[in-house]
Design a protein around this ligand. Sequence first.
Ligand code: VTB
Length: 313
Amino acid sequence: MILKKEFEDLFLNISSRAALSSYYHIGKKDKIAADKAAVDSMRNELNKIDIKGEVVIGEGELDEAPMLYIGEKVGTNIGPELDIAVDPLEGTNFAANNLPGALAVIAVSNKSHLFKAPETYMNKISVNFIEPNVVDLDFSTKKNIYNLAEFKNKKPNELTACILDRPRHKEIIEELKKLEVKLKLISDGDISGALLVTDPKYSVDIFLGIGGGPEGVLAASALDAFGCSFQCKFLFQTKKDIERAKSMGIRDLNKKYQINEIVSGDSIFCATGVTSGDLVSGIEINENEFTSETLITHKSTGLKKIIKTRQII
Ligand code: VTB
């Protein structure tokens, strides 16, 4: 089933309104307030539209998050049954410190077509083509880089890899350095990081490493529309993580997922800039109007573009 074209505008409006709401908190050193503003706005706007929505990726479990928790029903309860994934403010540190790259993000699919990911870490890898056995989560970093270089007809030192700058990535980063791969180390925001493989203008050949599981599902929705490959594995560190995963129906805890096991069928993805970053520009306010930039994709219509809108506040 295809998602109606009119949803493109509706969801674009939801992510741009959420971005505007957290924009008022940028640089205020209060990431909780910035996040809450985006959550409240997204929930409010979602509840105005005619859908029977269920949050599959949200702010956490009901006991952790009062709003947009996993399983929360959203919409007017009239219309199609949809899965909703949200990261109302991706890059809360960026927003709190007025740094580039904060985004409001939402993705939607038909019911049961987005993976209900637990709130755990996820090991991810993404490139902008689909060709088996070139890049694989089970290969060593070295093998992936050599294969990718050969596939792209480049030398390893002409490739760029994007990865979160974390101590857990020490070995991968050392290996990439040894191979003379150019690094793009990001401090937060791995939805945006993953999406840098989608267009040559960002000069990123591969995205890899361990980040948030929910962020992985959101990125997968856009990567799918761009025809990129994405593989992932969840990492369960505590007993609680494992129990939660089992209760969510995950049997094989070491399973490697391909993109279409994470997002299947049609999906719409919107990421609006709160502060300007690699992907999109941030919110600008001019008297009673605001301008926002949103990267929007819609798999079935082939829509993949950055849309600038100007709206009354
Ligand atoms: C990433 C990134 C987020 O968390 O998922 C990362 O996209 C993973 O967690 O913006 P750690 O910070 O524990 O490494 C963020 O950086 C913050 O939610």
